[in-house]
Design a protein around this ligand. Structure first.
Ligand code: COA
Length: 173
């Protein structure tokens, strides 16, 4: 896929990131309530990290390694979070997401992740998408089940330097 198409849902527009999003990413992802439950967001989230991350995501897309979307409110164009498929291979991809704390509990993640999963399976042609969350991250588990994934068991991985057990889910069609 040469360019990353925009995706539209009822309330949201999913679009590629641009470097001008960096201050907003730093403000939202720099919140400990957001980073604590993820393996990949550093804390503290220092100046320059958002710019590097955005630039690296564009490179990853061009290499076929990841598809990362900025989740924005269609009505106001406000950036509220991100959804992504990473670790892409011909066989599968890893679904990830975060939504800025002020926007939690409005169904935005369910809406955005659902659209990306449909795109990944149907347009992008991935045979399988998997998703993982820390046991205590109940909202993330709800999102994954809301969008049609099946629970398959646990895996162990490194989260912020500690070995942690994650719940693992898969969806094929
Ligand atoms: C997980 C996260 C993305 C969910 O975003 P969101 O937009 O609030 O999700 P939704 O509004 O779509 O809600 C998803 C479900 O979680 C439930 N939920 C929301 N906040 C909750 C809370 N504090 N406690 C329990 N359940 C909660 C909702 O009720 C909904 O479940 P339901 O459909 O059964 O009602 C958001 O909490 C977040 O960014 N967390 C930090 C980063 C993170 O955990 N990323 C995922 C790593 S695996």
């Amino acid at each position: 896929m040469e360019t990353q198409p925009k995706l539209h849902t009822k309330r949201l527009t999913l679009r590629p990131f641009s470097l001008t999003d960096a201050p907003r990413v730093q403000a939202l992802a720099g919140d400990r309530r957001v980073s604590a439950m993820t393996a990949n967001i550093p804390y503290p989230y220092k100046d320059g990290m958002a710019e590097s991350w955005i630039a690296s995501r564009a490179v990853a897309f061009s290499r076929g390694e990841a598809i990362v979307y900025a989740v924005t409110l269609s009505e106001t164009s406000e950036l509220i979070g991100t959804v992504s498929l990473t670790e892409l291979t011909a066989a599968d991809g890893n679904l990830g997401y975060w939504i800025g704390f002020p926007y939690w509990g409005n169904g935005y993640c369910t809406e955005a992740a659902g659209a990306l999963v449909e795109f990944g399976l149907k347009e992008f042609g991935l045979p399988l998408i998997y998703a993982r969350h820390l046991k205590e991250n109940r909202p993330s588990g709800r999102v994954i089940l809301n969008i049609g994934f099946q629970y398959t068991g646990t895996v162990s991985t490194n989260v912020h330097g500690e070995r942690r057990v994650l719940e693992h889910y898969e969806r094929r069609t």
